[in-house]
Design a protein around this ligand. Structure first.
Ligand code: C2E
Ligand code: MG
Ligand code: MG
Ligand code: MG
Length: 281
């Protein structure tokens, strides 16, 4: 019986698996040359403040457009960069790219917002990390206050001592720090009081759960927002896609939101255009 039906299924699944393996192999082989071949670019996604109705920051997100594979998500290739040492030159390229963009915006008179950069764990652990940050800021002559550095909760939990040290050094430089993907790890609340961070980015999974399981999830989310607020941190809700979600979040006292409802991540020129728009949300 299993063999009779399973026969075709097996062929089907093995083909799918083979395609998947082929994609993983293609990504691994091609990502090695992506930096030198200039296949990376940055996009910027606005973070919107519900009380001022203004875009208060942008998150810089890496994109890879491979001529062979097409668009590849950072979720698929950043772990590969982290496994090799490639994430270090790519991380430096990202700093330079984003800080150059901030400088360009400044020259056009756009300077009343922050720009957030995601830090990879391997770059954070590299002995040159702080030097890299300092030297690019100094070279481009931007104000460090313009920058927010995000580290994920998982990274913070697994490397708490180093994270505390690096984040405080960043704060001393004048750079703001944020805890990303909050709620996806296991020691969520204790890490909040340990880390020198000014912002908590609450993971999108909270929004998904809020809609699926209702009341209890709402209470937990409300608790998270209240705790962060009472610790003096600002909060950003990630992954807000619908007006219904926004209304629920408003009732819970959310301050800032990021998600497709406001805008997808877009190239710099489009991102800055969004600031001229009048927002009704
Ligand atoms: P993240 O830092 O939590 O970034 C947020 C991700 O959520 C982005 O995916 C963004 O496009 C997506 N997103 C935003 N709004 C919505 C929404 O309303 N609905 C849904 N479904 N998704 C939304 P992206 O750009 O694919 O990045 C994924 C992850 O890859 C990032 O998660 C971050 O961990 C990593 N990453 C991206 N760019 C960089 C980078 O420059 N450096 C490092 N180290 N990591 C990066
Ligand atoms: Mg992030
Ligand atoms: Mg995030
Ligand atoms: Mg996330």
């Amino acid at each position: 019986e299993a063999k009779k039906h399973g026969g075709n299924r097996y062929v089907f699944f093995s083909q799918e698996l083979a395609n998947q393996n082929e994609r993983v192999r293609l990504i691994a082989n091609n990502v090695v040359h992506a930096l030198a071949n200039q296949e990376y670019f940055m996009v910027y996604q606005p973070v919107y403040d519900l009380s001022t109705k203004k875009i208060t920051s942008y998150e810089a997100l890496l994109r890879w457009e491979s001529p062979i594979i097409g668009q590849v998500s950072p979720v698929e290739f950043i772990p590969l960069l982290e496994e090799s040492d490639l994430i270090i030159p790519v991380g430096r390229w990202i700093f330079r790219q984003v800080i150059t963009q901030i400088k360009l915006w400044e020259e056009e008179g756009h300077e009343d917002f922050h720009v957030a950069i995601n830090i990879s764990v391997k770059h954070m652990m590299h002995p040159d990390f702080l030097y890299d940050v300092k030297s690019i800021i100094h070279e481009m002559k931007i104000s460090p206050q313009r920058l927010i550095f995000e580290i994920t909760e998982t990274v913070a939990v697994q490397n708490t001592d180093l994270a505390i040290q690096i984040l405080s050094e960043l704060n001393i430089l004048g750079v703001k720090t944020a805890l990303d993907d909050f709620g996806t790890g296991y020691s969520s609340l204790s890490v909040l009081k340990l880390l020198p961070i000014q912002q908590v980015k609450v993971d999108r999974s909270f929004i998904v759960e809020m809609e699926q399981d209702g009341e209890k999830s709402l209470v937990i989310l409300q608790g998270v927002l209240d705790i962060a607020k009472n610790l003096g941190m600002s909060t950003v809700m990630e992954g807000v896609e619908t007006p219904e979600q926004l209304e629920l979040l408003r009732e819970l006292g959310a301050q800032k939101i990021q998600g497709y409802l406001i805008s997808r991540p877009v190239v710099a020129e489009l991102a800055i255009e969004l600031r001229k728009q009048t927002w009704l949300h």
